[in-house]
Design a protein around this ligand. Structure first.
Ligand SMILES: Cc1ncc(COP(=O)(O)O)c(C=O)c1O
Length: 410
């Protein structure tokens, strides 16, 4: 495999033109869109308008005249096709952690006679922390599922209220079979809550097809909604009228501006809202999602697999000599949109690559993680990135003092 082969793959890539929808810094190979996506074109203009006209000139009237009040629904509607969700089932607001809290409590309330939450030890920590908090609040027990060692049926019984699971694992990129796991959870009468942080915008998600109950995910990774972008929440149509989330703020009320004494939930997914919409962040996510306009998520998934396959082939070929092996599920059906390298000096390795303008991230204790975002990553980027990786290892750059000092955000 030569660089010209990667260039040839880019020439025939049906999604190649989508890279122009992003304002990427020159010469940067950005393999960190699974931590913070880059800036889509059109976002800066939207923020300029929002701040310079809507807020400055039109002030409070903008809630009606510039669509601020409807933003959660507007953005939710843009997300639905990316999530395979039914119309009117997705809204945005809060962080993923808060959405998880709200939907986990809501999920447990759908099964009030059951006392167990099932989840995995390999969760992103916020999931486990929030699950623990909700379990203590509601008097539930957490039951851990080792998905690499046993089928879901091993931990499911008629005492399980909710299974709260990450669709794609944040460290090694293992992807669950959404339909099969949802079916297994339903067979014992529990509900499933999917965390789609590492799925949305990069792999095919089919919430309606899976028969999922509830889902959450963040806006700032493959959806490119900017740092701290609002998260999304999904409620299946069959639960929309009954779902009872615990932060019953006025924005989720049936008539917020009637200022009634007592809470009555809004119809539909709007009842997931709590407080005033963070308009600036939500408008940024709204504009960012235009990068997905007309994009077939199945084609995104095909390109994602082609990119990770190339990455795997090149990394096995070029890095094995240094004792570094790629960690990625070999089975395409179980693979997210990322690849990891495991090495004791992973932190220094990532820093040395950043110095070469190849950005990935470090995950404790020994993983260098690289996300491939099919909308803007080229095959040639993967080729060049692996060449840089080999050069770092050959020159021992990952052991240099300037690369091993830890920063606050790793
Ligand atoms: C699986 C998963 N869930 C949740 C989060 C983050 O949650 P929050 O948006 O509340 O920071 C992350 C962040 O990387 C994540 O990987």
């Amino acid at each position: 495999m030569e660089r010209t082969d990667a260039e040839a793959l880019d020439r025939t890539d049906p999604l190649a033109h989508l890279r122009d929808r992003f304002d990427l810094p020159d010469g940067l190979i950005y393999l960190d869109g699974n931590s913070l996506g880059p800036l889509p074109r059109g976002v800066a203009e939207r923020v300029g308008r929002l701040v310079g006209t809507e807020w400055r000139d039109d002030l409070i009237t903008s809630w009606n005249t510039h669509g601020w009040y409807d933003l959660p629904a507007t953005v939710g509607a843009k997300l639905e096709p990316l999530l395979g969700a039914e119309p009117g089932t997705v809204t945005v607001g809060d962080s993923t952690s808060v959405q998880l809290f709200k939907l986990l409590v809501a999920g447990a309330r759908l099964r009030p006679d059951r006392r167990v939450v099932v989840t995995e030890p390999g969760n992103f920590p916020t999931d486990s922390y929030v699950i623990d908090g909700v379990a203590r609040l509601l008097g539930l027990t957490v039951r851990w599922w080792s998905s690499d060692a046993e089928p879901p049926a091993a931990v499911l019984d008629d005492d399980v209220a909710v299974a709260s699971l990450c669709h794609v694992d944040y460290r090694l990129g293992r992807m669950h079979d959404g339909a099969a796991v949802t079916r297994a959870v339903h067979e014992t009468g529990a509900v499933v809550l999917w965390d789609l942080c590492h799925s949305a915008g990069a792999v095919a998600v089919d919430l309606a097809g899976w028969g999922a109950d509830l889902a959450v995910g963040c806006g700032y990774k493959y959806l490119n909604g900017g740092p701290g972008a609002p998260a999304f929440g999904y409620v299946a149509p069959r639960w929309l009228d009954v779902v009872d989330q615990p932060i019953t703020g006025w924005f989720g009320h049936a008539k917020p501006f009637a200022l009634e004494r007592d809470y009555r939930p809004a119809d539909g997914v709007r009842r997931l809202l709590s407080g005033t919409t963070p308009v600036i962040g939500t408008a940024v996510l709204d504009a960012a999602l235009d990068a997905f306009d007309g994009v077939d998520i199945a084609a995104v998934r095909r390109k994602s697999l082609a990119l990770t396959e190339l990455f795997l082939t090149l990394a096995s070929d070029r890095l094995g000599a240094y004792g570094v092996e790629p960690e990625v599920p070999r089975d395409h059906a179980a693979r997210g949109s990322q690849l990891c390298l495991r090495l004791p000096e992973a932190y220094g390795f990532v820093q040395a690559l950043i110095a070469r303008r190849v950005v990935g991230d470090f995950r404790e204790p020994d993983l260098a993680r690289f996300g491939v975002a099919p909308l803007y990553i080229r095959f040639v980027d993967v080729y060049d990135a692996v060449e840089h990786m080999a050069a770092v290892l050959a020159a021992d750059e990952h052991r240099r003092p300037e690369n091993v000092t830890r920063a606050a955000v790793t």
